[in-house]
Design a protein around this ligand. Structure first.
Ligand code: EPU
Length: 352
């Protein structure tokens, strides 16, 4: 089973005029321009773009769906618009399908395609905005699943040499909203494809409270199938999270903070209602949305930026917000959460 790669792909980068507008390339919908930009439709184009004299001395930044970025100013460098396409089953054994997707594939469409092709396993991650190539960078996760659990390998190109490197899952050093590619590998590698391992012994992963409730309400007596989980995830996300095409946002703006057990015990004495999740290592993850909500920030507005009224962890652009507006709002929230709970919030999207 495979879908053909497009017959005529451009193996050279497609260059755009200087001052390229980025508003359509970031889900916050922030206005900013890039000094230079080109579209990458083939791996060869990537190497060619990075070796082009126009790129010499410029910082480069790869934009896929732009769903995890805050543009704070015009970008004085080269933006590589990731448009590599293609998805196929590369291998199948008794236990699993191995499915590869190119970095520029839309994440949700890819999830839907695997399901339609009878290869479940990614349904909990339905409707996450962005591209396949961005997924490993912050190890996207939702409703009880992280992509790390389904990742077999990541293919990347080393920026300085053009060498193709294949990283297995261990080398990706995945953590909660974290990976090698978010840290040491960030400026060094450009991800071009990801291979997923989808086990044939599929089990529903329906324990997450919101998801379990949605499945219940949908009257799924007995074990839900993968399609039912997919539909329920889509319904929960639509109910809680703003659609970036309607209201600019980058999903959760902060990570859920993880604190040491003694700090948590002291905190719970003062705040008995605190929402928390004990981690395998004994530390405790807190729901940042709850902390922010308790500080009274849900629905509050700062110029054109605001806190979403149904999910306090999501900051939104009400129209015309700048990156500075968003960051100022974030700073005010961080200040209040720190003052009340003594907990520091870490920003999830990258500021550029
Ligand atoms: N809560 C509040 N008030 C709020 C928001 C949340 O009290 O305004 C409480 C909820 O009632 C719940 C808890 O906080 O008890 C957790 O809320 P939720 O289930 O909505 O999930 P989350 O922890 O806020 C995380 C991920 C989301 C992911 C959901 C579902 C992070 C930073 N965020 O949010 O991921 O979709 O769980 O798994 O880990 C993203 O990373 O961009 C993202 C959307």
């Amino acid at each position: 089973m495979s879908t053909a790669h497009p017959a005529a792909i451009d193996s050279s980068p497609v260059w755009f005029a200087a001052g390229y507008p980025l508003r359509a390339h970031n889900t916050f919908g922030i206005e900013a321009r890039a000094r230079l930009a080109c579209r990458i439709d083939a791996e060869a184009a990537l190497t060619e773009a990075m070796r082009d004299p126009r790129a010499a001395g410029l910082t480069t930044f790869v934009l896929g769906g732009g769903s995890n970025v805050v543009l704070t100013r015009d970008f004085d460098g080269l933006v590589l618009l990731m448009a590599l396409r293609g998805r196929r089953v590369v291998r199948e054994d008794a236990d699993a399908w191995y499915v590869e997707a190119a970095a520029g594939e839309n994440w949700h469409d890819f999830v839907a395609w695997t399901l339609e092709a009878g290869m479940p396993g990614l349904e909990n991650l339905a409707l996450i905005p962005g591209t396949v190539g961005a997924a490993p960078i912050q190890n996207i996760g939702a409703y009880g699943l992280e992509m790390a659990e389904r990742c077999a390998s990541v293919r990347a190109i080393e920026a300085t040499t053009g060498a193709v490197v294949e990283f297995d899952a261990a080398q990706c050093a995945f953590g909660y909203r974290d990976s090698f590619f978010k840290r040491e590998g960030r400026a060094r590698y450009v991800i071009t494809a990801v291979t997923f391992r989808l086990p044939k012994a599929w089990q529903p992963n329906a324990g997450y409270a919101d998801l379990a409730r949605a499945l219940d309400e949908r009257g799924g007596a007995g074990e839900p199938d993968a399609r039912a989980v997919f539909d329920a995830v889509v319904a929960v996300r639509r109910a809680k999270l703003p659609d970036p095409r309607v209201l600019g946002n980058a999903g959760s703006f902060f990570k859920n903070p993880v604190i040491e057990a003694p700090q948590f015990d002291a905190l719970r004495e003062r705040e008995p209602q605190i929402v928390s999740y004990r981690q395998a290592d004994g530390r405790v993850k807190l729901a940042a949305g709850w902390l922010i909500d308790q500080c009274g920030w849900k629905g509050r507005v700062l110029r054109a930026a605001a806190v979403h009224e149904r999910q306090a962890l999501v900051l939104v652009n009400r129209g015309g917000a700048t990156g500075a507006d968003i960051l100022e709002l974030a700073q005010a929230i961080r200040h209040d959460v720190e003052a009340r709970f003594g907990v520091a919030l870490e920003q999830e999207p990258v500021s550029l």
